[in-house]
Design a protein around this ligand. Structure first.
Ligand SMILES: Cc1cc2nc3c(=O)[nH]c(=O)nc-3n(C[C@H](O)[C@H](O)[C@H](O)COP(=O)(O)OP(=O)(O)OC[C@H]3O[C@@H](n4cnc5c(N)ncnc54)[C@H](O)[C@@H]3O)c2cc1C
Length: 461
């Protein structure tokens, strides 16, 4: 049966893109280094019924579907495969009425994270999950990857805010799963199962998300430079030991600092081995006392310089080095963003091992890290057009994953397995756990039409 005919029979023609340029545009996500092929067609449904129609057409023709939000994924999860349908939710951008009493809202999958945050802020509410890509990534993509972010050290990750979902299953049924209440334990927790399933179990069409009050917080930021990585690691541990939970605790390593400083003069000292950026959001005197305590802990761990900002603007200036890290490195070539997560106490040791891998592979590997939750983002740089360096970079990805696991960590803290981390996931997942993955996939998608080959490796690899 002809796929385009099946789709055209069910959907307005303008929902379908079949020209070469459009198909190329939807070929891969932001992990351009991972394998991809042009899809047969891109479908852009605007309603739940149209999502169902796409899944029906896929079923009728046995065509795989690659669900897609904004394509900012960093693991190749939204990469298209030969002849597939890319099902993009980008046109489903409605936000329902905010329930201020229950502090919930229903949001469609294609809404950008930042648009949701802005919308609920008008009602005095806050949607905390804050991936650095929040201005460009969708809620559907955030849910499918269980996205983290900078404030998740204190406020948790996407799954902590998803109460219920409307999904379209592989056999084109609409399922409303989960709840809209503050508590609820009826049946299996299918909502949590779908969150983080990378489009392999169902298509997320909308979500009921939990919100927090916006007020009652104040911005304070501290930055501290260190002459050695172990000293920065000691500071992270000292903060944890003292029972302080910052709203953000980020680390930038020497390579990153030098790249930022070479691009835009932020006055970063040449001999700084690492910088910690700490955001505290407790209000008033409590916040002031906490900032003083953190400053003492930083100095006690050997910080060579500490700066404190007590306004949002000042805090933004101090956090600039973190925001500039990625673009600063892109000046040297294409950047592959890694995502290993280790126990907090092993962050400094892991950074040391990454430095060794960079030397072995003869590559620049810079690091930014959500140090407060042990999640490192080594940024591996390969000069443009240097195919040998790209090949070495992909080997370095596997080496970093290996070293992370050796320190008791996991191969992906927040970006997902996609295609990039299949080898690492194969090494990490227990055989019995992997068999459970296969059984769940088979139960929910027996024909393997939803994002095949992503999120977990085949059993026996
Ligand atoms: C500059 C930059 C910074 C980033 N910072 C962070 C960060 O701080 N934290 C973090 O966690 N990630 C970060 N990311 C990665 C990325 O933005 C997140 O993974 C994000 O959640 C992806 O959203 P998306 O809409 O772009 O999804 P896509 O990339 O389109 O898709 C991601 C995955 O979700 C699936 N999917 C998408 N929509 C649906 C749906 N409606 N139903 C079912 N499956 C679906 C896709 O098949 C794919 O497997 C960053 C990326 C960039 C480029």
């Amino acid at each position: 049966m002809d796929l385009i005919a099946e789709l055209s029979a069910r959907l307005p023609r303008e929902r379908l893109l079949t020209d070469v340029a459009s198909r190329e545009r939807y070929r891969h996500d932001a992990a351009a280094w991972t394998p991809s092929a042009a899809p047969a067609v891109v479908a852009l449904p605007e309603t739940l019924e149209e999502v169902v129609a796409v899944v029906e057409a896929a079923g009728a023709t046995g065509t795989p579907i690659v669900p897609r939000g904004a394509g900012t994924g960093l693991a190749g999860g939204a990469n298209s495969t030969e002849g597939c349908i890319v099902l993009s939710l980008e046109r489903m951008r409605e936000i329902g009425p905010v329930d201020a009493a229950e502090r919930t809202v229903v949001v469609q999958a294609g809404v950008l994270n930042e648009d949701l945050r802005r919308h609920v802020a008008e009602h005095g509410l806050w949607y905390p999950p804050d991936p650095a890509s929040r201005a460009i990534s969708t809620i559907g993509g955030n849910i499918a990857t269980n996205a983290g972010g900078i404030c998740c050290v204190k406020y948790g990750v996407t799954t902590d805010y998803v109460l219920g979902l409307t999904v379209v299953t592989a056999d084109a049924q609409v399922a409303r799963i989960g709840r809209a209440t503050a508590k609820g334990v009826t049946g299996y927790d299918l909502t949590s199962l779908i969150v983080g399933s990378e489009g392999t179990l169902a298509i997320v069409v909308d979500a009921t998300v939990r919100l927090l009050p916006l007020g009652g917080r104040e911005d304070r930021a501290l930055t501290a430079t260190f002459a050695s990585l172990p000293a920065a690691g000691e500071a992270v541990e000292a903060i944890a030991r003292a029972g302080v939970v910052p709203a953000a605790l980020e680390l930038i390593d020497r390579t990153c600092l030098q790249a930022v400083q070479a691009w835009q003069d932020l006055g970063i000292a040449d001999d700084a081995a690492a910088m910690l950026l700490i955001h505290l959001d407790e209000p008033g005197e409590t916040g002031e006392a906490l900032a003083a305590e953190v400053e003492a802990l930083l100095r006690g761990a050997g910080a060579t310089g500490v700066e404190l900002a007590s306004s949002t603007e000042e805090a933004d200036r101090l956090l600039l080095a973190r925001r500039l890290a990625h673009p600063a490195l892109e000046r040297y070539g294409s950047v592959l963003s890694e995502d290993v997560c280790v126990p907090r106490s092993r962050v400094a040791e892991m950074l040391g091992r990454i430095e060794a891998i960079a030397r072995e592979a003869d590559l620049t590997i810079a690091n930014i890290a959500h140090a407060g939750d042990g999640n490192l983002h080594p940024l591996i740089v390969a000069p443009a057009g240097d195919e040998a360096a790209r090949a070495r970079a992909l080997v370095a990805v596997d080496r970093i994953a290996e070293e992370g696991r050796a320190l008791g960590g996991t191969v992906t803290g927040e970006h997902g397995v996609g295609l990039l981390k299949l080898a690492g996931a194969a090494a990490e997942l227990d055989p019995a756990e992997l068999a459970m993955h296969a059984a769940i996939k088979h139960a929910l998608d027996p024909r393997g039409l939803l994002n095949p080959g992503k999120a977990f490796p085949p059993v026996g690899t």
